[in-house]
Design a protein around this ligand. Structure first.
Ligand code: NDP
Length: 234
């Protein structure tokens, strides 16, 4: 059955692969962008997840176009890495605002329609470093760990209404975000991955497709690693 889906940051990278994967599975998929326009074949709405008014306007456009959001994929995220000693407070709060408070904003807006429909799927894109930590990533890792508490609290609040909230924790995935790393950082990451390769955005998309499906009705409050074994043991 085709659902009404919204993927934040679905204009490129992992979000775009998730959006394309869900569209291929027969869903009506909208993506947010911040001015790049919609990717070919997808419905685009402009919204910055740090702005509640833009989020509300985007949801209204999605509702008019394809009905209330039934599957929300909260994917938009940023990094701004540096060691704690050098990390300014603004650098910390800016990453938290986009990655964690942004997820709260879109989840809250989506929850209304899901409650009315008595059906819903929240999928939050976290990261392996949310559980393992990452040197130079106090802000990013804290934001990604926060998504686990957010999703599990939502599970307790809404689990009895056919609404699930799960977290996907990707490892090292080849996108613009990881292109920004140095060759040394990339080689060090690869040495730690049991699968012996970096992840592809489509690896993450496959996990999201499952969590968004009717078949995943009894998977709730889970953290699903998609990391080639990188984070095992956490
Ligand atoms: P990219 O940098 O390639 O893309 C980031 C996406 O998020 C873009 O669509 C960007 O929009 C959007 N975005 C960023 N800030 C905002 C904002 N304030 N409001 C709305 N949209 C915003 O990253 P990836 O595709 O690699 O990452 C996607 C998600 O996966 C992120 O949450 C990231 O933390 C997570 N992740 C990535 C991993 C990796 O190895 N790549 C590993 C683990 C997790 P715009 O085009 O306008 O900038």
């Amino acid at each position: 059955m085709g659902r009404s889906v919204l993927v934040t940051g679905g204009n490129r990278g992992i979000g775009l692969a998730i959006a394309r994967g869900l569209a291929a599975a027969g869903h009506d998929v909208a993506v947010t962008h911040r001015g790049s326009g919609a990717p070919e074949g997808l419905f685009g709405v402009q919204a910055d997840v740090t702005d509640s008014e833009q989020i509300d306007a985007a949801f209204k456009q999605v509702e008019e176009h394809q009905g209330a959001v039934e599957v929300l994929v909260s994917n938009a995220g940023i990094t701004d890495d540096t060691l704690l000693m050098r990390m300014g407070e603004e650098q910390f709060t800016r990453v938290l605002d986009a990655n964690l408070t942004g997820a709260y904003r879109v989840a809250k807006r989506a929850s209304r329609g899901m409650l009315r429909a008595k059906w819903g799927r929240f999928v939050f894109i976290s990261s392996v470093v949310g559980l393992s930590g990452g040197a130079g990533q106090v802000n990013y890792a804290a934001s990604k760990a926060g998504l686990v508490g957010l999703a599990r609290s939502l599970t307790r609040e809404l689990g009895s209404r056919n609404i699930t909230a799960n977290v996907v924790a990707p490892g090292f995935v080849v996108t613009d975000m990881t292109d920004a790393l140095t060759e040394d950082q990339r080689a060090a990451a690869l040495a730690q991955i049991p699968a012996g390769r970096y992840g592809e955005a489509d690896d993450v998309a496959a996990a999201v497709r499952f969590l968004a499906s009717d078949e995943a009705a009894y998977v709730n409050g889970a953290v699903l690693p998609v990391d080639g074994g990188l984070g095992m043991g956490h």
